[in-house]
Design a protein around this ligand. Structure first.
Ligand code: ASP
Length: 446
């Protein structure tokens, strides 16, 4: 990271002063982006098979399906709770600092020039429509297509259902499927009919297949991690040379507000939860998480980082069934950083337009920001696209997204890191309260 920005920032500064020609700077940024891009592709290559196999082996390893229900309930509770805390932090900071109060709209419009609006921002949809589409989209009409498109929620949904029924075939009652037999079973007969026994063995084989597959995926992840420094270097070079510090001039106070609130959430709120709820050392955990956090920062993609997040969290001694359930779900729906960013950005825009939103309007912003963060995909700039929903909920022009695009990359890097950090702490906490699994799959690399 230091090397990438150490080369990129001075270069973009020299380019801005005309001492290095713009084309050279653009080429360097491009090369950095390409190097980082290769690393991100390698990670993305792992995501779909990793999530599927990890969920299947994780859920079947849980032994008892009631545990899955409890795990799901706690996970959702933790996710919503931490996102709400993040939003409260954002609302507090943006009201305290007031980065948009008295700032000139023209200056912002100037700095917005040359930044294209995300295409999805063009067509507005109501919140209800978005949520319904989200629910509908969770059920894949074709699981293979969902996998081919890398659609996380439908993959997760199918994997969970598949795993539940796989457990059912292996361990559940088989009465309905038993072939008719001649006469009733004898009193006290314990032997299962041969076809049922065979089905159980087949199901066990399928489960073991996925466990082995999962172990291979984790090994591949480990191999890709060794390339992380090169990928991170490339992305930092790209961001620093390509964007420089110029973008900060008009939007400096806004960006600083988002970053300060993110820092408070990541360095105070979440570590406190780590100590109080998970009873673990936040520092030791941060150390184990370093490769994932640096990758999240440089790639701005929770989905892309997921293989590393899983690997690092397992290093923090969280059992596989918990990581394989909590983390893929978290990468998709638990985005503390994004939720926080949404409220700060929208309240900032309202301030720029000279509107001081009432408490109830701020509450609407907070709630829609929460939903927007759940709906945002774990890919770069997804949160920015979803912001259209929050803006329209309080009647602000959706084109106002354009005003803040100049600094969006750096804020995306920050919020993605917080998203991943929060997922990992969710896993630590849930693991503490999870009942031990009787038949947990063996750790991937032992
Ligand atoms: N880039 C973020 C993530 O992957 C989502 C966002 O744009 O806020 O977590």
């Amino acid at each position: 990271m230091a090397l990438g920005s150490g080369i990129g920032l001075p270069l973009s500064e020299l380019g801005a002063r005309g001492q290095v020609d713009a084309e050279t700077v653009a080429t360097v940024a491009d090369v950095g982006g390409k190097i980082g891009g290769l690393f991100l592709r390698l990670l993305q290559m792992l995501v779909v098979p990793l999530i599927f196999t990890s969920l299947v082996s994780g859920v079947t390893g849980m032994g008892d399906l009631k545990k899955l229900g409890r795990l799901g309930g706690r996970t959702m509770g933790f996710y919503l709770g931490t996102s709400a805390l993040a939003i409260a932090t954002g609302v507090f900071f943006v009201n305290l600092v007031g980065p948009g109060r008295g700032s000139s709209l023209e200056l912002l419009q100037d700095s917005a020039e040359g930044h294209a609006l995300p295409t999805a921002a063009a067509h507005e949809r109501s919140l209800g429509e978005i949520l319904w589409a989200q629910l509908e989209g969770m059920i894949p009409t074709n699981p293979l297509k969902a996998a081919a498109d890398g659609d996380m929620l439908p993959i997760i949904f199918f994997a969970l259902v598949f795993a539940v029924f796989l457990s059912g075939v292996e361990h559940g009652a088989h009465d309905d499927h038993e072939p008719a037999r001649d006469g009733p079973y004898r009193e006290g007969e314990r032997e299962e009919p041969e076809p049922v026994r065979q089905r159980r063995l087949d199901a066990a084989l399928v489960r073991r297949f996925f466990e082995g597959f999962f172990a291979v995926m984790m090994r591949m992840t480990l191999a890709v991690i060794t390339l992380a420094p090169i990928g991170v270097f490339g992305f930092m070079l790209n961001a620093a040379a390509g964007h420089g510090l110029a973008a900060f001039q008009a939007l400096g106070l806004y960006a600083a507000t988002v970053l300060a609130a993110l820092v408070v959430h990541a360095c105070i709120t979440l570590p406190l939860l780590t100590v109080l709820l998970a009873r673990r050392s936040p520092l030791a955990h941060a150390k184990a998480m370093a490769p994932a956090l640096l990758t999240a920062f440089s790639t701005a993609s929770s989905n892309g980082t997921l293989p590393l997040t899983m690997r690092c969290v397992e290093e923090s001694a969280v059992p596989a069934p918990v990581t394989s359930f909590v983390l893929p779900l978290g990468a998709t729906i638990n985005m503390d950083g994004t939720a926080l960013y949404e409220v700060v950005a929208v309240l900032f825009i309202a301030q720029v337009y000279g509107l001081d939103l009432s408490l109830s309007q701020q509450l609407v912003v907070a709630l829609t920001a929460l939903l927007a963060s759940v709906g945002a995909a774990g890919i770069p700039h997804a949160g920015t696209v979803m912001m259209v929903v929050v803006l329209s909920a309080v009647g602000l022009p959706t084109t106002a997204v354009g005003l803040i695009l100049a600094v969006d990359r750096i804020l995306d890097m920050g919020r993605t890191t917080v998203n991943v950090w929060s997922d990992s702490i969710a896993a630590l906490t849930i693991a503490r309260y999870a009942e031990p699994a009787p038949a947990a799959p063996a750790p991937a690399d032992s």
